[in-house]
Design a protein around this ligand. Structure first.
Ligand SMILES: Nc1ncnc2c1ncn2[C@@H]1O[C@H](COP(=O)(O)OP(=O)(O)OP(=O)(O)O)[C@@H](O)[C@H]1O
Length: 686
């Protein structure tokens, strides 16, 4: 009941349409009830007594009533449609808004397919039920009671005989409908399953083709489809019993009526017209019982849909803005004040020292400021952070502490599943920590509005996601009012300007759904441009550069470095070569930080890091020895080689040879890459 109340509020704005519909259906129902009596009189007076005028008069009355009935019915349908469609519109909107604010925890819990089915199919189910209920709720009881009263008015004994069948019908309907409810629930779940498999198969079509898995995919879909068919058939079998069963009972009532009616005509003076009216009343009574029983079929379905919808609407997002959110501005103000104070202090201090020393100190300070840290308060700081997903007890991150300042770049490296993506998801507060605190600009991320927090962050997820629309529209996801010039600048930094220029309509070129008409690397670059266009204070890249060839990767990082000097950058990387020049490398192993430092430091102190480096140069050696021809591995090899020669010459002496052996594969582009990389890497070096 509580549930129904919650859903009824969506009908509230359409209460006038509902009231009008109910009133019109009521009128239609009354007109229907008048007809049998008019017909009875027509037969008894007009036909039996041969009064033609009376037949005409009654005929005209009946015609007028029927026309009115039709008008009422059409108008009622208009209002019921208006109310039910409006209800569905509001409900869909609320569902969408709700889901829009779900944190990733809720998406993980529900899954995308069921959220789609709940917002579409389940809402349509409720819409249909409302349409039907508005009619049935008025028609069924009114017809039922009206017919009984009119019948009793004509012949009480005969009425009682006929009415004896009604409880039989009611009991039959009750038992059948009880069987339907669980099957309907199961049917809805199977429908979810089919749509989930369909979605997976369709989005993964390339993988399926590449691995010749069409048959397996078809089999999996077939199995789910079969399950759905089985359970749908089960429901329909019950429905199939229900209606003939009811018709049988209705016919039984009519036979009983004719049998006993004929006696009543002989003995109690029942007229033929009344007998015919009786038959119509019985039909109307049975029809109203059928209508009510139909409710029993539809309501369980609607209940399942309502439950599924309410489950979404009643979900409390695990991540919500706290009641007393603070503004970053305050912090920044403090920060600036602190900065001013520091500047004053250093000015005073400078005045008191000798001039030469002063100049040197200033130069050093400026260099440091330009290259590295801009303010004392870290842009991102993890303090003893532990984290686990809500559906599991296993701690994915354990006691993580590190910080990144504005103007600083840090790289996160570690094996697959070591927790890199989980870690960076905590910065924009996609998830909440289990323990410890994540600070952004010195403020606990739980203390600020999520929108304020995310405004500061340019997050590029691991999987490149583009929406159907133009390149410009996709980039403007990052900044709604970005000018064309800003978009081009972002594209330039993301190394995407060239290929967008070559597209027929430049930034107005259309990207099809999911970005299927551009390459993986191009897609990735557009998502990077989308983050850059908003000029955030913090950039987070989740292993986005591995989809790029090494030259583009290096060019992009160089452009980033020169264009976004003040921002803090956190890069998740798989290819060690791409981050070896970063001064702060954070090594993650099994959810724990096992080393923080520069490449040189880590090579000496961190066995996990050394292992990662060696494993990647190891694969290089194998490639070299085997004359490996994989383009991807070739890229990697070049990368390591370049990096090795520019930063760690001694330790990667071996890779130098590997590099040349890969080049000797005749991979021209690799050769190019390494030449450019030598340059760029030197410049990227922090
Ligand atoms: N939504 C989730 N719910 C439950 N567990 C998850 C979820 N996402 C990831 N995990 C688990 O958390 C662990 C860390 O995963 P994470 O994606 O953070 O690793 P990663 O280092 O980014 O891996 P990769 O380099 O392969 O992207 C894994 O064991 C994974 O199974």
């Amino acid at each position: 009941m509580q549930k129904m109340k919650k859903l009824a509020k969506y009908l509230l704005p359409y209460r006038f349409a509902v009231a009008a519909a109910v009133f019109l259906i009521f009128l239609q129902c009354l007109t229907q009830l008048l007809l049998p009596d008019l017909m009875a009189r027509m037969v008894d007076v007009g036909i039996i007594e041969g009064d033609i005028d009376y037949i005409y008069t009654m005929g005209v009355y009946m015609l007028i009533i029927t026309v009115f009935s039709m008008i009422f019915s059409i108008a009622a349908n208009y209002f019921t449609s208006k109310a039910s469609a409006g209800f569905a519109k509001l409900l869909r909107k609320d569902l969408f808004d709700k889901v829009d604010y779900f944190s990733l925890e809720e998406f993980d819990r529900f899954g995308t397919s069921t959220l789609v089915t709940r917002t579409t199919n389940d809402v349509s189910q409720l819409q249909n039920v409302i349409m039907m209920m508005l009619r049935v709720v008025v028609v069924a009881p009114l017809t039922f009671l009206g017919s009984i009263l009119l019948m009793l008015n004509k012949d009480v004994t005969l009425s009682l005989v006929v009415l004896a069948v009604v409880p039989l019908l009611a009991i039959f309907v009750y038992f059948v409908s009880r069987k339907i409810i669980p099957s309907v629930q199961e049917m809805q779940n199977q429908l979810d399953k089919v749509s989930r498999i369909l979605r997976e198969r369709l989005t993964g079509v390339r993988v399926i083709r590449a691995f010749n898995k069409e048959e397996a995919a078809a089999k999996q879909y077939e199995a789910a489809n079969d399950d759905l068919t089985v359970v749908s058939l089960k429901v329909n079998r019950i429905v199939a019993i229900l209606f003939p069963g009811m018709l049988f009972l209705m016919n039984l009532a009519t036979i009983a009526l004719l049998w006993f009616g004929s006696f009543r005509i002989e003995t109690a003076g029942l007229t033929v017209g009344d007998m015919m009216a009786f038959i119509q009343y019985v039909t109307m009574i049975m029809m109203s019982v059928v209508m009510i029983s139909f409710i029993f079929v539809v309501i369980p379905r609607a209940k399942v849909s309502a439950d599924r919808i309410l489950e979404v609407l009643n979900t409390n997002e695990l991540i919500q803005d706290s009641e007393n959110t603070v503004l970053f501005e305050n912090k920044n103000q403090n920060k600036n004040e602190n900065k001013n104070i520091n500047e004053n202090i250093s000015e005073n201090a400078n005045e008191n020292t000798n001039e030469n020393a002063n100049e040197n100190a200033n130069e050093n300070a400026n260099e440091n400021a330009n290259e590295n840290i801009i303010s004392d308060i870290p842009a991102v700081e993890f303090k003893n952070v532990s984290f686990r997903y809500s559906d599991s007890d296993k701690m994915i991150l354990k006691d993580i502490s590190f910080s990144i300042h504005h103007g600083e770049t840090a790289a996160l490296i570690g094996g697959t599943g070591s927790g890199k993506t989980s870690l960076i998801s905590l910065v924009p507060r996609f998830y909440d920590v289990a323990d410890g605190i994540v600070y952004v600009d010195g403020t606990d991320v739980r203390d600020v509005k999520q929108s304020d927090l995310r405004q500061k962050i340019g997050f590029v997820p691991q999987t490149a996601v583009l929406f159907s629309g133009t390149v410009a529209e996709n980039i403007r996801y990052g900044k709604e009012d970005a000018t064309d010039a800003e978009i081009w600048k972002a594209l330039e930094i993301a190394q995407a300007a060239e290929f967008v220029e070559n597209m027929e309509e430049g930034i107005q070129s259309y990207i099809s759904q999911g970005g299927t008409n551009i390459s993986g690397g191009q897609k990735q670059r557009l998502t990077i441009a989308r983050a850059i266009v908003r000029r955030p204070e913090i950039y987070i890249f989740d292993d986005n550069f591995s989809a790029l060839d090494y030259k583009t990767d290096a060019d992009l990082r160089y452009a980033l470095k020169t264009e976004i000097k003040d921002a803090a950058v956190l890069i998740v990387a798989q290819r060690v070569a791409t981050i070896r020049n970063v001064s702060k490398i954070i090594v993650l192993d099994n959810g724990e930080i096992v080393g923080i430092g520069s490449d040189t430091e880590l090579m000496e102190t961190c066995s996990v890091y050394k292992e990662i480096v060696e494993s990647q140069s190891g694969s290089m050696t194998e490639n070299g020895a085997d004359g490996g021809s994989s383009a991807g591995e070739g890229d990697n090899t070049d990368g390591d080689n370049t990096d090795g020669s520019s930063t760690n010459g001694s330790s990667t002496d071996g890779s130098s040879t590997d590099g040349s052996s890969t080049d000797s594969d005749g991979n021209g582009s690799d050769g190019d890459g390494s030449a450019d990389n030598d340059n760029t890497d030197a410049e990227v070096t922090e």
